[in-house]
Structure formats: C-alpha cells, structure tokens
Design a binder for this molecule. Structure first.
Ligand SMILES: Cc1ncc(COP(=O)(O)O)c(C=O)c1O
Length: 476
C-alpha cells in the first residue's frame, strides 16, 4: 500500500484542543471513583511536563515528585539518554515481535541483567508488568517443584492479577474477587515457627517475599531473613524475591536482598527497568527452574505473552542500565539513604508526632504516632477519631497544596508517609521535603491550623462540580 504524505495526527494540536478535559474524561470513561479521590484531596492538576524530579502544571507551577510513578522514574522524568535511545529505536524501524524468531535485543538485555544477578540466576523471561512477572514466578515454581502451595507474608503486595492477588496480604484488595488461586497460605511477617510448620506439610512450591515490604516499608533483620530462607530451602521449596519495587537500586543496592545476604531461586523485577517509558517486567531464575516449564520443544511456548521481548521495552531497559553505570545511580541512592536517615532522625528528635524512620536508599517510610503533650494529644485524638491514619493525610494534603510536594499515605490504616523519589534525587530535594515537613509538624504541635486547612481543602474538593468535558458541554 502506498503511503500518502499527509500528516493526519498532530499530538500537540490534540492536547491543546482538549486541554483541561482530563478529569471529565476520566469521570466519564475511566474510573469515576479515582476522579473523586483526586478531586476531593484537591490534587487535580493539568500536568504538562515532567523533568528530573519535578512535574510542571499548566499554570507554570513546579511540583516535587516523591512518588516517581510508584518507582518507575528511577532516572527522573524525561532522561535525555533514554529519550535519545527510544528515538534511535523508532528511527531504525526495528522488526519487533516477529515471534518465530530470536531477536538480538532481548538477548542483550537478559545478558546484562543476569550479569548483575547472583550466580544461581542464569535464565530470564520478559513480560510487561510487575504482576505478570509474579504470575510467571508462581507458574515456574509450581512446574519446577511439582508442588502446589505458595506461601506469602501478611501485608504483602505483589500486584493485582488473579495469581498475584492470591498472594496479597491485605484483605481489602482481595475482597469481592474470589475464589482466588487455591493453595496459598499467609505467614505472619517474619514468623519462622509458622513458616516451618507450613513447610512440614511437604506441598510448598515457594515462599514469595518482598525483601523490604512496600506497604509501610518494613524489613526484617538479616539473621531472620536467612533463617526463613534456610527453612524454605531445607524443605525443598523455592525462595522468590519480588524486587519489582525494591530492585534496580531503589534501596541503595542493585537488589534489596543483597543487604541481607539472601540467595533467591527466582527474582521478579519491573518498574525502573522501563526508563519511565515502556512497560516491561522480567522473571529471573536458574536453568533448572526454567527447564521445569520449558521442558521440551513441545512446551517451548507454554508460558508466553505477545508483547514479551518487544524492542522498545528492550531498548528502554538497555539504556536504563547504561545510565545506571554512567551516573553511578545505585551508589548515589545508597549515599542519599544516609542523608535521609540523618535528616529525618534529627526531625524525629524535635517533633513528638514523628515516631519512626524506616527504609534504605531512596525508599523511606516515616511513621507518625500519638504525641506526648496534652494539646497535641487532643488534636491527634480528634483527627484519628474521623478515620484511622487520618493524621498522615493531614500532612500529605498541605505538603501538596502549600509546598507542592507530591507524597502519599503508604497504605490504608497506617500512619506512614512513604517516599519513593527518583533515584537521582539529591540534597536539594531532600532539603525541600525536610523543611516542609518540619514546618508542618511545628504547626501541628502548636495549633490546629493545619487541621482546619485540611478540612477546608477536603470540603472544597467534595463540593467541586462534577467535571464536564468540552465535547460533552458542546453536545448538551
Ligand atoms: C513488590 C511489588 N510486586 C509487584 C507489583 C505489581 O507490579 P505492577 O503494578 O506493574 O503489576 C508491585 C507494584 O507496586 C510491587 O510493589
């Protein structure tokens, strides 16, 4: 077919024409409840651009992004090397997904990732997301051991597809979706005794863990981790480290399990490998485990997905790893982890609401709790009576409105702010956050002013008219 020269798609014009319609379109066509949540918190903005650690809205305001797309933007937004790599890939008209083929780029990315992994890791399967990597881990563990049961930790988060949901340690996520995958069992966090009891039944294929738990940023000490891992291996089961969030430098090591000296049989990764642009996930394992699934030529495609190995994702991954080396990203994240800890512990020594600082590298949990002085205690009770963990929300909202810092409560019902800044975040970004939190905590200790501000913001958000898109307005 001849291609005519006329350009029919103009992204810039489209965005200009529909500028400001984003919330109306989401309310109408996507998830109206999420639209309400964002609007009620007063987080509704029209972001036009992202660069490094910052977002910019259509009024020219700059926001410090302490979520980095839940860990996707390890290198910050719009990294020039990743952009250039993707342009090169587009311009090369790469023949992606031929399917009956073995292309070069997936081989190169697998080679690089395996070189950065411990020696028992020899093979890799690419997919499109963290949850898909977890699904692969569950299937490969079952196939290679011939056993059915998968153990997981209380409060674990491994994604929301059906298999991953069956190893999710929070009832709220599971509710309404059952029956889930059979033969999964929850282990209280770090409970060796329960683990050993479950392993004794002889039917456990694997124990899946997050080396540092995302919901609340909890970790175990190295000795307990090794006892758990030894028990799993002693029972002939597999130890799966889900590094979807913690992997690729987030905690100041390439993999978080390195902090605890663990030797997983299966590793899952995703998020940061995308360079912030192209969804990608991977499951890494040993030759023996991989062969449990791909056991013969007849079974060469028993686990697969159409977009695995897609060239844009592979290029994003290769470019990301190259920037990791050139900019010493893992070492930087480790150094910033020390700065976070020193600065936050100093705050904790002065503020009675700030109880515990957790985390490593650029994965930080800040836990708030009941203060000691009378006035502050009364305000705490007042806020927490409305809803558990509401206090943290009364910080997250002014952090955004007053200081233009995007953060989030770490999980429902816990008073923890979790910070996942881009791994490139440095002293300037840490300064911005620390001085904002310092001011807010001083204010909360002195008076109820920030509570009033929070209430006003929420009320305004709730009262805001339900958004209507320009097209819908023109039709009515
Ligand atoms: C540890 C962990 N595993 C799996 C997932 C699921 O990844 P995705 O959202 O890409 O499906 C996440 C997502 O946050 C995660 O943190």
């Amino acid at each position: 077919m001849e291609r005519e020269g006329a350009v029919t798609f103009n992204l810039k014009e489209l965005m200009e024409e529909r500028h400001g319609d984003n919330f109306a379109l989401h309310a109408q066509y996507l998830n109206p409840q999420l639209t309400k949540v964002v609007t009620t918190l007063g987080f509704d903005r029209f972001y036009e651009r992202g660069e490094g650690c910052y977002l910019f809205d259509d009024e020219g305001n700059r926001y410090l992004d302490m979520l980095s797309g839940f860990g996707v933007f390890a290198l910050g937004r719009s990294h020039p090397v990743i952009k250039d790599a993707l342009r090169q890939a587009l311009d090369a008209d790469l023949p992606g997904m031929v399917q009956m083929d073995c292309a070069l780029l997936p081989g190169l990315l697998a080679e690089q990732l395996i070189a950065r992994s411990p020696k028992q890791i020899e093979r890799l399967f690419f997919c499109n997301s963290g949850a898909e990597a977890v699904e692969a881990a569950i299937k490969f563990a079952r196939a290679s051991t011939g056993r059915r049961r998968i153990l997981y930790h209380a409060h674990a988060y491994h994604g929301l597809t059906m298999g991953a949901l069956a190893v999710n340690g929070s009832a709220d996520f599971r509710e309404g979706f059952g029956p889930l995958l059979a033969d999964t069992t929850e282990i209280p966090f770090g409970d060796l005794e329960v683990l050993v009891r479950e392993l004794k039944r002889g039917d456990v294929a694997a124990f899946i863990v997050e080396p540092i738990q995302g919901k609340g940023v909890y970790e175990l000490d190295a000795e307990r981790w090794r006892e758990l891992e030894d028990a799993v291996h002693g029972a002939g089961a597999l130890f799966i480290c889900d590094e979807v969030q913690t992997g690729l430098g987030r905690t100041g090591a390439f993999y978080a399990f390195e902090h605890f000296g663990l030797a997983p049989d299966i590793i899952t990764i995703s998020k940061a490998l995308s360079g912030g642009y192209v969804p990608v996930g991977a499951m890494l394992t040993s030759d023996k485990i991989l062969r449990g699934t791909y056991s013969s030529m007849d079974r060469a495609m028993v686990h697969s997905t159409t977009f695995k190995n897609n060239p844009m994702a592979m290029v994003a991954g290769l470019a990301t790893l190259s920037v990791f080396d050139d900019e010493h990203i893992v070492e930087h994240a480790a150094a910033m982890g020390i700065v976070w800890r020193v600065r936050l512990e100093e705050l904790a020594s002065r503020h009675e609401f700030l109880h515990v600082v957790r985390g490593r590298g650029q994965m930080i949990g800040i836990e708030f709790g009941r203060p000691t002085s009378r006035g502050a205690r009364r305000r705490w009770r007042l806020v927490e009576a409305t809803r558990t963990a509401m206090f943290t929300q009364t910080l997250v909202v002014p952090l955004f409105h007053r200081y233009r810092i995007l953060t989030q409560v770490a999980a429902d019902n816990i008073n923890v702010i979790k910070l996942l800044p881009p791994l490139i975040a440095a002293d300037a970004e840490i300064d911005l956050f620390i001085s904002a939190l310092d001011e807010l905590l001083s204010e909360a200790e002195r008076s109820g002013a920030s509570l009033v501000e929070f209430g006003v913001t929420m009320t305004k958000g709730m009262l805001r008219r339900s958004p209507t898109s320009k097209r819908a307005a023109a039709r009515s």
